[in-house]
Design a protein around this ligand. Sequence first.
Ligand SMILES: Nc1nc2c(c(=O)[nH]1)N[C@H]1C(S)=C(S)[C@@H](COP(=O)(O)OP(=O)(O)OC[C@H]3O[C@@H](n4cnc5c(N)ncnc54)[C@H](O)[C@@H]3O)O[C@H]1N2
Ligand code: MOO
Length: 379
Amino acid sequence: MPVLQLPLEECLGLVLAADVIAPLSLPPFDNSAMDGYAVRAADLAGGLPVRLPVADDIPAGRVELTALKPGTAQRIMTGAPVPPGADAVVQVEWTDAGTETVTVERAVAAGANIRTAGDDVRKGDAVLVAGTVLRPSTLGLASALGIAELPVRRRPRVLVLSTGSELVEPGTPLEPGQIYESNGMMLAASVRDAGGVAVRLRFVPDDVEAFHEVLRPHLGSVDVIMTSGGVSAGAYEVVKDALATHDVRFTKVAMQPGGPQGAGRYEGLPVLALPGNPVSAQVSFEVFVRPALLRSMGHQNVDRTTARATLSASLTSPSGRTQFRRGLYDPSSGEVVTPVGGPGSHLLSALAQSNCLIEVPEDVTELAAGAEVTVRHLQ
Ligand SMILES: Nc1nc2c(c(=O)[nH]1)N[C@H]1C(S)=C(S)[C@@H](COP(=O)(O)OP(=O)(O)OC[C@H]3O[C@@H](n4cnc5c(N)ncnc54)[C@H](O)[C@@H]3O)O[C@H]1N2
Ligand code: MOO
């Protein structure tokens, strides 16, 4: 993705594209860490309590300061600039809180309760380096430095297109033989979850012409096309029929679910054609699309975290295909993972109840309860 300057409001989760050099120090000036009285520590050193006239009052935000004369105090609030001549702040709790004169009951050392300019950041330091993922704290730091925009790689715009004549939008009545469309919602949410922008299109019927029609108006405004359904071996495989004549290759990959896949280019745009079974579509997104989207945005770390876990129940897997079974991983019970539902790629509720994928390697066809497996966390 190209780099552009974006307002901080729009930067959460994006990757910084260039180092940020601090334009000022933080704190920018010496300021008080406590509500209390700015004093000279030496004025409290000769025996307590000490009574001092309160020569000034300094709220936070005060721009003009008067120098602190020896033998006086100035009332000061947290965050307010320390006046020249003062070298310590006595917190109000150690005084009688007077406004004309103040009686100080406890001494403080020089430097007490003063936050020195540059304590946190020095002007000219590279405070944020290119490649940093912008989190709430890093956005807070940029704001504190007075930065309003940052250079980031922009979010990819992903066209999410579901296909199938049997599909009906939720919220409308269902006829026999029809089902509610769910992949579009799930894949669009997955795109957003990965940091992309989803442009969700109403599915088209299994009709090649309608397919091209529906794509055309969006070709200039998206970065990638992601379809679901219509890629396997049937008679009405609209995505395959429409795109195989273009630069898109359809094949079967050695995984389950998510075997039938298409990938390539359509009118110059990258296309990812995922299978239609809901679990197949979502697992395909996890395995192929999510890492690609993250990489396009400049993320270094594009893989989900994995863990080793002990299977709580046996399972079987087809030979010659990596299987991704849905699982519930519970670190609190000694890193145990429980398969949720069977291998069927229509078992959406099992997917919804799971928090990880259990990876069964290609050459493994059976795993007994107690076997060690790798799990891929989904959150
Ligand atoms: N003869 C063969 N048949 C099938 C094979 C095969 O190799 N040979 N592969 C099977 C596998 S594995 C999968 S996965 C599917 C992939 O098929 P398609 O990508 O063509 O998907 P569809 O046929 O359009 O739909 C499959 C299934 O999923 C439902 N679906 C589709 N889109 C949605 C959606 N947006 N929301 C909810 N549900 C959706 C659809 O109704 C079907 O039930 O092919 C197998 N067949
Ligand atoms: O690959 Mo299909 O995706 O097994 O159901």
